[in-house]
Design a protein. Sequence first.
Length: 100
Amino acid sequence: MKLCDFCNQPDPRPAWLYATGAFTVMLTPTVGAISDSSWLACGDCRRLIDADDREGLAQRYAAHSKVPLSVDRLTVLAAEMQGHFFKHRLPKAPTLIEIL
Ligand SMILES: [Zn+2]
């Protein structure tokens, strides 16, 4: 199963791949998460990304999250993580892919 990297919707259709450079995000001072070369987006998240609606994108994550934190906290965390995407996104149009 694949998940939208922005809102965690399972097996999104349509699914779009946004190219990014590889980067590491430090989750704690000693634990990092590596992002490889692309982020997967569902159609709804693609519309928000292409409109540069970063607040709407973070709110969408918070609205769909099952993490037991407040919506406000989830929105802040999503905006921070998604900010790395916008920082490392390559200037290329997304690629439509088929989720089998
Ligand atoms: Zn999504």
